[in-house]
Every structure is written in structure tokens, then in C-alpha cells.
Design a protein around this ligand. Sequence first.
Ligand SMILES: [Zn+2]
Ligand SMILES: [Zn+2]
Length: 305
Amino acid sequence: MIEKSFLVQKFAKLRLDKIHIIGYSVAGEETVVQIPELDVCFDIGRAPYFALTSNIICISHGHMDHMAGLAYYLSQRHFQGMKPGTILVPAELERPIDSMLRCWRDVERQGTPYKLIAMEPGRDHAVRKDFIIRGLETHHGGTSLGYALISVRDKLKAEYLGRPGPELATLRKQGVPIQYRTEVPLVTFLGDTTAGKVFDHPDVQNAEILITECTFFDPIHRQRAKVGKHLHIEQFAEILPKLKNQHIILIHVSRRTGLRRAKSTLKKRIGEEEMQRIHFLMDIQDATPAGEIESAGPPAADSPE
Ligand SMILES: [Zn+2]
Ligand SMILES: [Zn+2]
């Protein structure tokens, strides 16, 4: 008998309101989570084909299961005639990642272009005037970051509502601050992290969609979670009451616990009602086999490889 799971890797495709979450995430194996509507992919895993379509990649930390495919992603995009990818990385990793990519240029003898952006906790990268990506400090031992995708809007202050346009224009010209800025965290992604102050951050607590790891579910794995600086279900259950998210997506579940058992353990711990807003990314009800998702990738290039 051939082990079927080795033949087709299945990717998850979750639809939450207007946003899709496409990806794959198993602890130690591969993590890649794409939000196609926002043109962002969190971590790159082994660079599955669908991930090539994201112009922005946010790297959470340097572990191989989260970023092995980075050079491949950049090289493939170049090969396919797509524009260079923009890669957000924790500032301390910028230099080693840059060296790695330069090595690949020599190895492959192809001048693959790329753009690295050094990120730090609290630093914003403006994608557009109305869309920023903010770095968040996570707790995984070494250097690691989470990312919040934030919609930014300027709104008219209450006292100026209903005033005629020309009057507002004059006030604006005079430098009167008639607007205030609002931020809506749409999606926040925490790569690998244990419990800590990141869960008190407003962009984590208030994000419409929060994607967080929860690696371990068995009582005997508490020590393992502590050593690896990962989240254990007990910690998650304690954090949950302060999270106001509409949807919480759990990723990075260890293969040591089957997904079905992880789900039922969590349900027993937090109750049916709280489960309504929790999704396990790899609970592949809505997922389609790799082939179908991969057809959303770029067309094959004519040039020989
Ligand atoms: Zn990991
Ligand atoms: Zn890790």
C-alpha cells in the first residue's frame, strides 16, 4: 500500500466573510498562510505554488519550516516574469537572509531581484496610504515577529460633519486638523510564540481575524511547549477571554496530536460557544487538493528552465 498522504499535499482554504485564508501549517514541517485579498503571505514554508502570487511575504522567524522556500519563491517569480517580491523580516535576520539570497544568486547564476524590509516591534510598513503592516513582538526564544495588517482611514471630526465641501477645503488649506485617523486591524498573524505580552497588544486582541499558533494539546506536552517556546492549549484557554476577535485561526498543531483530538480537547476545555469563532486551519473541510489551488498560480513561462 502506498501512503496516499505522501502523494498529494493538501492545502487549506478557509473563507471568512470577505477574506480567504489559504495555507498549510504543521509544527516543524511547514507553515505558509496566504491572504490573497490583501496580497500578503505570512511565512513561506516550502513555497507552494499558490504562494507565488503574493507580492508581500512577512517572515516571522528563521526556523526552516517557516522560510525554507524563500529563495525559491523569489527565483520562481523572477523566472515567471513577475515583479520582485517584498519580504518583511525581523531586523536581526536581515543580514543573514540577505547573505543567503546573495549566495543563491551565485549558486543559480541568476540575478534574482528582491526587496528586504527590516521590521521591528511597533514599526509600520506602509503598503498604501490606507494599508499598513505593523511588526509585533512575539516570544519564541530568538528574534521573532508577528504582523498586523491594518486598514487606515482618515475620518472627519464630529464637529465638522455636515459642513459644506469648500469650507472644509479652506480649513484644510489653513492647516486646521479637521480629520482624525482610525485604524482597523483586519488580520493579525503570530508566528511561533509562547504566552506573553503580545496577547495584550490591541492589534492582537482587536483584529477581526487572529491567526495564532497552538502547538500542543496534551498535558504531557507541557514541558515540550515550554522548552520550544510554543503555545500549549492550557495557555491558550487562559488567554482566550481577553481576545475579542471575530475569528481565531489556530495553526502549527503538532502531529503528536491528531487534529480531531486537538479539536475535541479544546472544545471540552472552552465550551461549544467559544468554539464557534475558532477554526483549525488544517481542518480541511473547505480545502481543495493541491492541484486546484495551484491552478490559481501564474501561467507557465515559455522559457526553458
Ligand atoms: Zn514552527
Ligand atoms: Zn519556530
